[in-house]
Design a binder for this molecule. Structure first.
Ligand SMILES: Nc1ncnc2c1ncn2[C@@H]1O[C@H](COP(=O)(O)OP(=O)(O)OP(=O)(O)O)[C@@H](O)[C@H]1O
Length: 241
């Protein structure tokens, strides 16, 4: 067993066999690490996380999760994943959604109730839990999706743009929870185009047009480019490319 929970080696990916979407991507994720994939819309972040989970095949290179070559159904079942689009039952209340997804986790009912209360509190939905999801705003649906992903508490959690439509205060609250999971040695991959999110990651891959234009810890990257913020790193790295 290596220390790497996820190992991505020299992968390339196209959807049509002609136009590469990911080009020579390398990434290692350790236990207890939060890795951020940062890049503009269309850069290839979602494609990369889908390749990591084995939901998309790669044209070249190798991906291992928990020391197992992907794709692998059993490993996929152990990864907590929040997709970019909310997969919720609109006609059910938020609580009913949480119970539905929680029941897939085979935990005792009393434990599930506690887990639901905790997850709802992290995303500030406690007072809206009994409203139907059809009455929710876009941001509330996003928060409910985050709560569902948090319920599972897996060793590897992949969150595709969890903070879209979420206000800064609540974003901090979600980050506190992610850091709590990290302190329990759990690992997280998060995609984002929000610089404040990027600053909080342990390790960043900056992606543009399918290339990893730079990667390292936030402080390594700032030092490398001689700048004070990840936003400036991104701009400098893009110019260099
Ligand atoms: N199933 C697909 N078939 C063909 N092309 C696709 C498919 N999914 C994504 N793409 C293309 O791959 C490129 C990268 O998309 P991807 O969704 O990975 O980017 P992203 O960085 O996650 O963007 P966003 O921040 O908008 O979600 C885009 O040009 C997109 O149009």
């Amino acid at each position: 067993m290596t220390n790497n929970l996820v190992s991505v080696q020299n992968i390339a990916k196209s959807y049509d066999g002609k136009h590469p979407i990911l080009k020579d991507i390398n990434l290692e994720l350790l236990a207890g690490q939060i890795v951020g994939l940062l890049g503009p819309s269309g850069a290839g972040k979602t494609t990369l996380v889908k390749c990591i989970m084995g939901m998309q095949s790669v044209d070249h290179g190798k991906i291992e999760v928990f020391d197992t070559p992907m794709p692998n159904r059993q490993v996929l079942g152990k990864i907590g994943y929040m997709a970019q689009s909310d997969a919720l039952y609109d006609e059910l209340t938020a609580r009913e959604n949480l119970i539905f997804f929680g029941n897939l986790l085979s935990v005792a009912k009393a434990d599930l109730n506690k887990m639901i209360e905790h997850a709802a509190q992290v995303v500030n939905l406690t007072n809206d839990l009994d409203k139907p999801v059809s009455d929710y705003s876009g941001g509330m649906k996003r928060r409910l999706s985050v709560a569902i992903a948090l319920l599972q508490s897996p060793h590897l959690l992949i969150l595709d743009e969890p903070t879209v439509g979420i206000d800064p205060e609540l974003r901090q609250q979600i980050w506190q929870e992610l850091k709590q999971l990290k302190s329990e040695n759990k690992s997280i991959i998060i995609t984002t185009h929000v610089m404040e999110d990027a600053e909080q990651c342990d390790y960043l891959m900056l992606i543009r047009d399918g290339y990893a234009i730079s990667q390292g810890t936030p402080s390594e990257l700032k030092e490398k480019f001689g700048v004070d913020s990840i936003e400036e790193v991104f701009l400098s790295a893009g110019r260099d490319k």
